[in-house]
Structures are given as C-alpha cells and as structure tokens.
Design a protein around this ligand. Structure first.
Ligand code: CMP
Length: 138
C-alpha cells in the first residue's frame, strides 16, 4: 500500500553540499515529497528525537552531531515507503552500504552517515509529527 516515511538529510550532508543530489536520487527512485524544510535541531530536540538511544555510548556524540548545523527534514510518500527508503539509503555503516545507496555515495562514517530513514510506519508517523505540523504536510 502507499504509505509515508520520514527522512532527515543530516548536518554532514548539508555541509558538504549534497542536498540537491540526494533529493534528486529520492525523486528518481519514485518518492513523492509531501513535506520539506531546512531546520536545525536544538539539543533538547535531538535528545527527545533519539531518546531510544539515550543509554548508548554514542548518544552524546549523536546529539552533538545532529545539532551542529541545519538539516533537511522531509516526508516521503510511495508504495512501501519505509522499507524501500531504507533500501535506498543503505546500511547504517557506510562501509557496509551497497553500491549506489545514498550512504555509500555520500556518507563518511557510521556516526556521520548523511541521512536518516524511519524504521517502521509507527515511527514514521511519530517522527513526521515531531518536525511538521498538519498544514506543512501535503
Ligand atoms: P540512524 O539510524 O539514522 O539513527 C541513529 C544514529 O545513531 C545512526 O543513524 C547513526 O548515525 C548513529 N549511530 C548508530 N550506531 C552508531 C555507532 N556505533 N557509533 C556512532 N554512531 C552510531
């Protein structure tokens, strides 16, 4: 069925000038952009967004990284959006990501991995609501 996923182009992708190339790849892969903005997460935002990881050893670095500059937040619609988008972005660790995936092309490390993709329909809805009001979603 047609559904939606949530993505962020992370600070590394924005700093490195990859916004256009990544959005082009997203469009070329059949996703419809139904919400989009340049924004920056505060420390409190990042701690809440990534609360599931707050016991992990990398949590402080993750919050520091995600707040260091602007991100692109977006909601994407497509048949099987959550699963297909995770295939398009590739493994969390870019060293293990498949050829042609966004992380293989644009990410430098497991910590700075260019892009986020929701891991379930439920989290896609939660993450979308975190970043976008109803009137920002089309
Ligand atoms: P993502 O899956 O989008 O959301 C959680 C993030 O935590 C993940 O991307 C990575 O950026 C980061 N992360 C996961 N595992 C590690 C790790 N072992 N070391 C550093 N960062 C990590």
């Amino acid at each position: 069925a047609t559904n939606r996923t949530f993505t962020m182009l992370k600070p590394d992708a924005v700093e490195n000038g990859h916004i256009g190339a990544i959005l082009e790849k997203i469009n070329a892969s059949g996703f419809r952009i139904v919400a989009l903005k340049l924004t920056q997460m505060t420390t409190a935002d990042a701690q809440e967004f990534y609360a599931i990881h707050n016991e992990r050893p990398f949590f402080a670095d993750l919050v520091e990284f995600m707040t260091r500059g602007p991100i692109i937040a977006a909601i994407l619609e497509k048949e099987n959006a959550v699963e297909d988008f995770r295939t398009l972005i590739g493994s969390t660790n870019p060293a293990e990501a498949a050829e042609g995936t966004i992380r293989k092309l644009f990410a430098a490390s497991i910590g700075e991995n260019a892009v986020h993709g929701s891991d379930s329909d439920e989290n896609a809805a939660i993450e979308s609501a975190f970043h976008f009001s109803g009137r920002e979603q089309f």
